[in-house]
Design a binder for this molecule. Structure first.
Ligand code: NOJ
Length: 591
């Protein structure tokens, strides 16, 4: 097995080829990447990285077909480097009937024709790496599409080579304790196949049969497919739907020991054959279960922290830090070589699986008052509309996202406050085209006739391209985009955000206050969760006589610490990050 290099040399070479087709956005603002951007040999790169999820089909169409593609993403790499992204996550790009956004794969080592070619993927990796950006992709380990040749062979020839690749039974009574995940569309985890005249098991849509990991050959196939992409140069994978890999009677069929054994085997292969690459677990679980996906540092490098996400939104509406404090207190320590992935939104509904029923009803009432805004156990809306396009709340949510422990995962379009379209089915309303410019009809996404776009661009004010687009926000120093870029620069300049310890500070009111510390560096993050001005009022030991620098925030300066009890006022939904360091740090200049 060839070992593709895990990283490029420390000094980034010039891009292998000139970026193609400059867009109006490129012309408007000089797209200088951040200084010193290059990939390092640091095996724990992911602990300090900022991730950015790109829905490729909706990002940039380079061919005039109306569908975004890999080459379109290449065209926008300079933008992502400018923004300060360290790693791009691309959802499934494999051949698929696309009845679940590509998470229904019918060829594990192919590329969907509309999206590009293997050569195009190589170019993407080369160009991204040249800009100091890594690329991970989804890999769907739990199931395939029912169009996959394995499934076709399995249903037609039970005794054949793939007869046992899926979970078949004569009736639909097994594993009755397993919940249904897509409650709005599926009634059972079993579906009858009229060809094989048996039932097959599926945790998601009925056209996504689960693979049968009791057959060791299945894992070998998956390992080989992963090797294929690692050989091509991908830096890792978001492993989709990992809690459900194996089934066991009498359990809820989630997080079982057999599932962990499979993930450990995948990790072993990565460590032995492709050191430096990374595995990110999608396990929508409570903290004590999610932490199991790190194993003893021998399973996944990262796992999404699902429970903290809805609590950031809850904290905002309740004007209370109680729920977020509680879930962080309930979050176990993780192995030294691992990291949480934190996020506000992604390509799915804002999942409310990891809250109580009462909390879910509350969040639905607050954030999804209209039934069309709800899907399964979640909310199918984007970040800006969720908070009524209130830039103070968007910044406050990002303040928590970017200063809490974990590596943040941004969702394309949220950096400019894009809107959604609740009239589109399923989760399509949060997968609309990226809005690059105000120029209609394609807004810089595509030059094709908009009829051809997989999803229309939202046009209702205030979210149409004339109000929300990258080019205008790049040109406006006070835009959300420039604020986020600056805040990412601040984060990059201080390793403590990625590597530091976490401690919540006792606060006498509803300011969510915590400390990140690494060596002699201490960063304090204060977040006013209410719509009223609030006094930060915390006990600070060992800092009397020191004046912190304001790294980012709603106030310009912070007072000296005169006595242990430190006070400063935050505006409604305001936040501030304060740095105490030895020696005092030089401020990050806006560039
Ligand atoms: C999780 C993915 O995020 C979601 O989009 C998909 O529908 C399910 N897994 C099934 O693959």
């Amino acid at each position: 097995m060839t070992q593709a290099p895990a990283s490029v040399p420390a000094a980034a070479p010039a891009p292998a080829s000139a970026p193609t087709a400059a867009t109006p956005a490129d012309d408007a603002v000089e797209m200088a990447p951040l200084p010193g951007r290059s990939l390092t040999d640091d095996p724990q790169w992911f602990k300090k990285a900022v991730f950015y999820e790109v829905w490729v089909r909706a990002f940039r169409d380079s061919t005039g077909t109306g569908v975004g593609d890999l080459n379109g993403l290449v065209e926008k790499l300079d933008y992502l480097a400018w923004l300060g992204v360290d790693c791009i996550w691309i959802p499934p790009f494999f051949p698929s009937p696309e009845r679940d956004g590509g998470y229904d794969v019918d060829f594990l080592t192919g590329i969907q024709v509309q999206l590009g070619t293997h050569q195009g993927m190589k170019v993407l990796l080369q160009e991204a790496h040249a800009r100091g950006i890594r690329v991970i992709s989804d890999f769907v380990v739990n199931h395939t599409s029912s169009d996959h040749p394995w499934f076709i062979s399995s249903r037609e020839d039970p005794e054949g080579p793939h007869g046992d690749y899926y979970v078949w039974r004569d009736d639909d009574t097994a594993y009755a304790d397993a919940r249904i995940i897509f409650v709005d569309s599926e009634e059972s985890n079993w579906t009858f196949d009229p060809v094989r005249k048996q039932f097959y098991w599926h945790r998601f849509y009925h056209h996504q049969p689960d693979l049968n990991y009791d057959n060791p050959q299945v894992l070998e196939e998956i390992l080989n497919a992963l090797r294929f992409w690692l050989d091509l140069g991908l830096d890792g994978f978001r492993l989709d739907a990992v809690p459900y890999l194996v089934e066991e009677e009498g359990t809820n069929c989630e997080n079982l020991p057999g599932t962990h054994a499979i993930l450990k085997r995948i990790r072993q292969m990565v460590d032995e054959e492709y050191p430096g690459r990374m595995l990110l677990a999608e396990a929508n679980q409570w903290p004590n279960e999610a932490v199991e996906y790190f194993g003893d540092g021998d399973e996944c490098h990262m796992a999404f922290h699902f429970p903290v996400m809805p609590r950031m939104f809850m904290a905002l509406r309740q004007g209370s830090r109680a729920s977020i404090s509680q879930i962080l207190a309930d979050t176990p320590e993780l192995p030294e070589n691992c990291q949480w992935a934190t996020f506000l939104r992604n390509h799915d509904e804002l999942t409310l699986e990891m809250v109580t029923e009462e909390e879910r009803d509350y969040l639905w009432a607050q954030y999804a008052p209209v039934s069309k805004m709800r899907l399964n156990l979640g909310i199918r809306r984007r970040l800006a509309p969720l908070v009524d396009n209130d830039i103070r709340q968007i910044k406050l949510l990002h303040s928590m996202l970017l200063s809490l422990p974990g590596s943040p995962v941004l969702y394309y379009g949220d950096e400019i406050g894009m809107g959604d379209n609740i009239w589109l089915p399923d989760r399509d309303g949060v997968r609309t085209p990226m809005q690059w410019t105000s120029e209609g009809p394609g807004g810089g996404f595509s030059e094709a006739n908009p009829y051809l776009f997989p999803k229309p661009i939202p046009c209702a004010p205030p979210y149409g391209i004339e109000h929300v687009n990258v080019a205008d926000q790049q040109a406006d120093p006070d835009s959300l985009l420039n604020w986020l870029r600056h805040t990412l620069q601040v984060r990059r300049a201080h390793e403590v955000f990625g590597l530091g310890s976490f401690r919540e500070l006792e606060s006498t009111n509803e300011v969510f206050a915590f400390e990140r510390a690494q060596g002699s560096t201490r960063v304090l993050s204060f977040n006013n969760l209410t719509e009223w001005p609030q006094l930060v009022d915390v006990q600070l030991e060992g800092l009397v006589g020191r004046t912190p620098s304001v790294l980012s925030g709603s106030i310009g300066e912070a007072p000296e610490v005169i006595v242990d009890q430190y006070q400063l006022e935050l505006p409604p939904f305001g936040y501030v990050w304060l740095l105490f360091s030895d020696p005092p740090a030089t401020p990050v200049q806006r560039s």
